[in-house]
Design a protein around this ligand. Structure first.
Ligand SMILES: Nc1ncnc2c1ncn2[C@@H]1O[C@H](COP(=O)(O)OP(=O)(O)OP(=O)(O)O)[C@@H](O)[C@H]1O
Ligand SMILES: [Mg+2]
Length: 275
């Protein structure tokens, strides 16, 4: 089981857009995805039409519920979601640092029902984000290709180094996903600067600027369903392939397959230590 946190402390960086649409693109390959909405704003839950009026994750954090019991089916093939609840705010205020240990336990206890467990994190350097960094191995940082986005990436990479030393030695180097890429010189320059600064940490795949993503959110559908053949849907398929296989596709994979390809199946079934 792979664990991938989508994280960036900057608000509006594209975390939720990435979480929902990448989850859908991974699900399209036949891999089973669980998306945990760790943001009290609940944007990913809303996008996927999932709601939780109960104490939800709070009960998981205090040990009175299993995380798997909160998973809800979505209409997106192979994608389940653990919705956010307002009690996430209470959990953060009351449990503080204990949140990380509780989340690590909860993730450890997940049954092998999913190939990839993702988390959409809130826009703050607070206990919920630290909990994700403590419990997950992989991190994806969506970055808008705009100058104001760069300092936030540097501080997050530094914070991850601290978490690796103090809380989670299995935390891998993050991958960076450039989003809202357009034809402007500014966008191209920022992309070049990201690649120069972070080298191979920056995914080859990028996400273009597309109004269709906001439309998809309004329709409560991921882009792979709302605009199946669009270029931006293919951008997310390309990211999914690169995340799953480590290699960006030269040619795009078939849009939808019922089963994971044998290459992906082998990759997903490997133990984390061998990856
Ligand atoms: N590639 C894109 N093209 C066009 N608009 C985009 C793109 N990615 C994100 N957006 C828009 O940017 C806004 C912020 O995106 P999103 O909600 O995914 O960010 P976030 O990091 O989750 O925000 P928050 O910090 O509030 O959780 C949304 O209105 C979304 O539609
Ligand atoms: Mg969000």
């Amino acid at each position: 089981m792979r664990t991938l946190a989508v994280i960036n402390h900057k608000g509006g960086a594209g975390k939720t857009t990435t979480s929902v649409n990448l989850a859908a693109a991974i699900g399209e390959t036949g891999a089973r995805v669980l998306l945990i909405d760790l943001d009290p704003q609940g944007s990913a839950s809303d996008w996927l039409g999932a709601h939780d009026a109960s104490r939800g994750m709070f009960d998981v954090f205090v040990g009175s519920a299993e995380l798997a019991s909160l998973a809800q089916r979505t209409i997106v093939p192979n994608v389940d979601v653990v919705p956010a609840s307002q009690w996430l705010v209470t959990a953060e205020r009351t449990l503080l640092g204990d949140l990380a240990a509780a989340f690590v336990r909860a993730i450890d206890r997940l049954p092998a029902n999913w190939d990839v467990v993702m988390a959409d994190c809130p826009p703050s350097i607070a206990f919920l984000s630290v909990a994700a960094l403590a419990a997950f191995r992989e991190v994806l940082i969506p970055v808008e290709t705009h100058a104001i986005a760069l300092p936030g990436v540097a501080s997050l990479v530094r914070e991850m180094d601290q978490v690796r030393t103090s809380l989670n030695p299995t935390l891998e180097q993050p991958r960076i996903l450039a989003g809202r890429v357009n034809r402007t010189v500014h966008s191209r320059l920022i992309l070049a600067e990201l690649r120069q600064t972070y080298g191979e940490l920056v995914l080859e795949s990028t996400i273009r600027d597309s109004v269709r993503l906001a439309e998809a959110a309004g329709l409560r559908l991921p882009i792979t369903l709302s605009a199946h053949d669009s270029k931006v849907a293919n951008d997310f398929r390309s990211v999914a392939t690169e995340i799953l296989t480590g290699v960006a596709p030269v040619e795009l994979p078939p849009a939808a397959t019922a089963e994971p390809s044998s290459g992906w199946r082998r990759f997903l079934s490997r133990t984390p230590a061998t990856r």
